[in-house]
Design a protein around this ligand. Sequence first.
Ligand SMILES: [Zn+2]
Length: 312
Amino acid sequence: MNTVSVDPRILERFKRLVASSRMGHAYLFVGPKETGKTQTALGVAQLVNCESSEAAPCGICPSCQKIASRNHPDVMVVNQNEGSIKIDQIRSLLGRLQLKAYEAKTKVFIIRDVENMTLEAANSLLKTLEEPASNTLMILTTATPESNLDTIRSRCHVVKFFPVSKNRLQETLNVSPDVARLLTVYTDGCLGQSRILLEEDFISRKNKILDAFLKSSNEDALKKLSSEKEEAREALHVFLSMVRDAILFKSGVAAIELMHVDRLLDVQSLAGRPYEELAAIYNQVIKTKQLLDENLNAKMGFSILRQRIWQN
Ligand SMILES: [Zn+2]
C-alpha cells in the first residue's frame, strides 16, 4: 500500500531520527523533479503518526491509510499542482498551524516546489521555520537548490534526493532489467516519470515510433509523427536514444548495456552504417529538436532526417 516512490534510504534515516528522538521540525528536500520528494515526505508523515509501535510506517493503520489517500485532516500538502505559491496559501497554512491537531500525534505540512514561492510568501514562512509550533513538522521540497532560497535553507535541515539507480527502479516498479535500463536512461532516473510512462504503455509506443523511422521509407509515417508538437518531441527523443545505441554498439559496447535491447536487430543494422552517416543522422535529430524548441515548423527538419536515414 505504501506509495511506490518513497526513497527507502531517506525514510530509513528518518526512522533512526525518530527512534533516537533527534527529529527536527523543518526539513528541505532538495532533488531533481520526480525523485520521490513528496512521496517520501508523506512517508515521513506516516512514520511520525503511525499507530503501530513496531513497524511504523505500517501502511495499514487508519492514520497511514488516510495519509496515503491524502485524506488526513492534519497532513496538509501545499501546492499539489506546481504553480506559484502565493501568500494566501501560506497564510491559510499558518492558520492551520495554530489549531490543535484533530487526530494526529504530529501535524505535518508539506510545501512542494518552494522555489515557486513569491518573496512575500517566503518571508511570511520564515518565522514559523525558526520558531516551530509544538508537535508540528514542516517539510519543504525544491528541485532548484541554487535558487533564491538561502533564508529558507538556513532554517531547515537539508535532505538531498538523487535520481534513482536502475536496480531501484527495477525493484520499485517491478519490471524486467531491460525495461528498467530503458526507463532509467530515458528519464534520467526519474521514478515518477518512469511510472507514468509504464502506465501509458510507453514500450509499445516507443516501438511504433522506431518503426516509423526505420521500417518504412514512406514519408507518411514521419509526417504523422511531426504533426503534433509533443508527439514530435517524444519521437525525436526516442529516435535519438536509438541512434545513441547504434553508436555505442558500433564502438563495442555490449548489447546488454543498450536501451533498446528489444530492438537489437535494428540497432545492429543501424550500427552497420559508417560513423559519418550516423553522425549526420544524430545531428539532424538535434537540429529538428531545436526547431521544435524554438516553436518553428519542424516538418522540414523531419523531412531532411528521413533523407539522412534512407539516403534519398
Ligand atoms: Zn501505520
